[in-house]
Design a protein around this ligand. Structure first.
Ligand SMILES: NC(=O)c1ccc[n+]([C@@H]2O[C@H](COP(=O)([O-])OP(=O)(O)OC[C@H]3O[C@@H](n4cnc5c(N)ncnc54)[C@H](O)[C@@H]3O)[C@@H](O)[C@H]2O)c1
Length: 259
């Protein structure tokens, strides 16, 4: 579904992903769960792809139409196998969301080489591997959309939770997103990125997070964001409402970083 000849777009009240299928990497994590839940509420069949074993139980919780796949996105062969499995089970794939990855603090001389490598592997290699696994199918169908998870860390040089290696990895994802958007636009495949600021996912106390990040005027909206507020942006970019949006970076940061 795209804009009608009179320019009108689908009603917001109707399900935005009816009949669509999606893979969400990191789908068993905080923002991943919120995104998977919202996609499912909007009619999509969702494959929760995560290295955590609870990917399967979470998919079961979502309902029998959904699928849990345990895989490490830094392993190219595992990504190829996982994508083929999902396409076989669902019959086709419309949406790839990449948000798997780890976050740790660390400075340029203090971060351990192993930590740097692990961060790059999960975020940059993981995004690269999963996109390469899905793109031949998207190209063949001349349809598909990818939404990649970056971070405000890529835009402002870290400074929240992640260290230099995390900022570098998230910046790498932004470059990858833009290059893929340019290359895949002729194939009718859209690729966009989301850059959240400080987001509450349930792991930490909300009041503590607000005191740390918002109490000092760092966030103009005066509060951290909620996982569901990031999920809404993924929904928009994955849906046909964004049919003419590619190569974009959408900030979800309460005004913390305004370009
Ligand atoms: N929470 C925030 O404030 C925030 C802000 C900006 C960006 N982000 C990004 O959003 C994404 C999700 O963040 P979250 O807060 O929900 O984190 P989270 O830790 O709750 O979720 C991350 C998920 O990724 C999975 N994962 C990690 N490495 C993997 C790998 N190699 N293969 C497969 N799965 C792997 C984990 O098992 C986990 O379920 C991350 O990319 C994070 O960097 C988060």
């Amino acid at each position: 579904m795209t804009a009608a000849p009179d320019g009108s777009l689908p009603l917001l009240a109707s399900p935005l992903l009816l009949g669509k299928t999606a893979i969400i990497t990191g789908g068993a994590g905080g923002i991943g769960r919120a995104t998977a839940t919202l996609f499912a509420q909007h009619g999509a069949r969702v494959a929760i792809l995560d290295m955590a074993g609870n990917a399967v139980s979470f998919a079961d919780e979502l309902g029998e139409a959904h699928l849990g796949v345990v895989a490490d996105v830094s392993d190219e062969a595992a990504c190829t196998k996982a994508a083929a499995h999902v396409i076989r089970e669902f019959g086709h794939l419309d949406i790839l969301v990449t948000m798997a990855g780890i976050v740790n603090p660390g400075g340029i001389t203090s971060v351990a080489q192993e930590e740097y490598q692990a961060t790059m592997r999960s975020h940059v290699d993981g995004t690269f591997n999963m996109c390469r696994a899905a793109i031949p199918h998207f190209r063949e169908r001349r349809a598909g959309t990818i939404v990649c998870m970056s971070s405000i860390a890529a835009q402002r040089g870290g400074g929240l939770r992640g260290g230099v290696h995390y900022a570098a990895a998230k910046a790498g994802i932004l470059g990858l997103t833009k290059a893929m958007a340019r290359e895949l636009a002729p194939d009718n495949v859209r690729v966009n990125a989301v850059c959240p600021g400080a987001i509450h996912t349930g792991k930490r106390n909300l009041a503590d997070m607000n005191a740390q990040f918002a109490g000092n005027g760092l966030i103009p909206m005066g509060r951290v964001g909620m996982a569901a507020e990031v999920a809404g942006v993924f929904l928009f970019l994955a849906s046909d409402l964004a049919s003419y949006v590619t190569g974009a970076t959408i900030d979800v940061n309460g005004g913390m970083h305004i370009h």
